[in-house]
Structures are given as C-alpha cells and as structure tokens.
Design a protein around this ligand. Structure first.
Ligand code: SAH
Length: 255
C-alpha cells in the first residue's frame, strides 16, 4: 500500500528546523491540512498544493477532530497525496497516534514524519541542556492540560529527579507549582518559561518554582510556551542575549 497520508511534524516554528523528509513530503503533497501552531512560512514548500487550515486560532473555531479525520480520508480515497501538518512532533501531544491508528483502520496507508518537538527546541533556544551529567539523568515530557481534567502523579514527578518539560502550562502555572511544591520539590528549583520558541519574537523568562506564577504574570507570558523545571533550567549555554533572560527586562519590553 503506497502512503497516501503523511502525518508531518512541522517543528516549533522556525522553518529551518523542518526535516528533509518533511520537506520532500510537502513538495509531493496535493492537499495539505494545517494546524494552528504551524508557521505559515512552512507552506512555501508546497506552493502547488491545496491548503486547508484546520486550527482553533486564527479566527475560526476549532475544527472538530472527527471532521479533520474524515477530510483526510476523503482526499486519500480520491487518490490524492495528503499531508497533515502539525506543530512540533505529530506524536507528542499532537494526536498523531490517534489519527494514524484511525487511518490504518480505514485502510489508508500513512506515514509519520517526525518533527522537532517544541519542548526540545525551546530548551535549546533558551540555552538549556535538558540532560546534564550530575544534574539531570532524564527528561519527562508532560502536559498540564487534560481533556478529562485528570491530574498527573505530580508527587512522583517532583521526586523523579528528571528535568520536567511542561507543555500547555501557561493557564495552570500556579496549580503546577503548588502540586510540585506539595510533592517535595524545592521552591528554589530553577524554572525557564520559553514563549514562541524558535520564532523571531521568542521570549525567555527565568524564575524559580516558588516564583514562577508571579514572574510569568509580570512578564505577561502568553501561550504557546514551554516550562522547563529542574536544575538545568538555570544553565546558560551560549547564544542568548542576557536581556532576554531576566523576567523584569521582559516586562519592561512589554510596557
Ligand atoms: N505537537 C506539539 C505540541 C502540541 S501541544 C509539539 O511536539 O511541540 C501545544 C503546546 O506545545 C503549547 O501549549 C506549548 O506548550 C507547546 N508549543 C508549541 N509550539 C511552541 C513554541 N514555538 N514555543 C513554545 N511552546 C510551544
């Protein structure tokens, strides 16, 4: 069965972070279904394709998931090569798993093309190594937002000794901080909050677990943003101007 749907990760925003495989698939695609967080510049790689935007932001209401899936199926059954473009990696908080499984069940061959997930890109863009000998022996990617409102095992995360990378956390900063503090993580634990990672207007707010909710408010932190929590969040590999790091500087920039 030849692939007729590609589930493509568009990376965190900067088009240079696309994989070659993603670019080649886009060049061959005839229909492209694009999610919200995808940088429109990426569409330069598929000038001849019909582009359909299926995201929540940008004016329209969220396109229901089952409608998107049926659209993919309809175009694939017409014999067209379909690309489904998602921010970051399709299978990290991106429903790629659901969509791939659903397409396969309906007899449509699909291929997942990895993208650089925003959690990795955000850390690097802020100068943070997510693992570091002596400081972090692992990384845990979590989402602060769940559709059913269920909670993660924050206490286990607080005690796991890994760097925590939190997606979809902007609206739940105080709750995340409280849960990790209650779980035994120190209030001094370093935190970095990276907004619009890899894009020209990226901002980085450095803080601590105890202060992160207040600092984010002063900084006017907006979604999309990634939180990096753990000792490594205090690291500063080269490449970032110091004025981008300080929360107060960020707040001044806003004013
Ligand atoms: N599949 C995506 C994640 C989708 S969930 C990925 O692999 O990156 C949406 C969340 O991703 C946002 O709430 C935010 O936490 C994060 N995100 C996506 N793009 C981002 C960016 N450029 N900068 C910071 N966070 C981003």
């Amino acid at each position: 069965m030849e692939t007729s749907v590609w589930l493509i990760g568009a990376g965190p925003g900067d088009p240079e972070l696309l994989t070659l495989r993603a670019v080649k698939a886009l060049q061959r695609a005839q229909v492209v279904l694009v999610d919200d967080l995808v940088n429109p510049e990426v569409l330069e790689f598929c000038p001849g394709a019909r582009v359909i935007r299926v995201g929540k932001r940008g004016g329209c209401r969220s396109t229901p998931q089952d409608f998107i899936q049926r659209l993919m199926l309809r175009y694939a059954r017409q014999g067209l090569r379909v690309a489904r473009l998602k921010g970051g990696d399709p299978c990290i908080f991106g429903r790629g798993g659901e969509e791939a499984e659903w397409l396969t069940r309906h007899g449509v061959a699909c291929e997942v093309i990895n993208g650089i997930t925003s959690g990795l890109a955000a850390a690097t863009a802020a100068g943070i190594p997510l693992t570091l000998r002596g400081a972090a022996r692992g990384v845990t990617l979590v989402t602060a937002h769940t559709e059913d409102g269920s909670e993660l095992a924050w206490q286990a995360l607080a005690q796991g000794g890994t760097t925590l990378v939190v997606y979809m956390g902007v609206a739940r900063l105080a709750a995340v901080a409280d849960a990790l503090l209650a779980g035994g993580l120190s209030g001094d634990t370093a935190v970095a909050m990276i907004e619009r990672a890899s894009l020209p207007d990226q901002r980085v707010c450095r803080s601590t677990l105890a202060a992160m909710a207040a600092d984010a408010q002063a900084f006017a932190l907006q979604s999309p943003a990634i939180l990096v929590i753990g000792e490594v969040a205090a690291c500063q590999m080269s490449g970032i101007a110091p004025q981008d790091i300080d929360a107060r500087a960020g707040a001044r920039k806003q004013a």
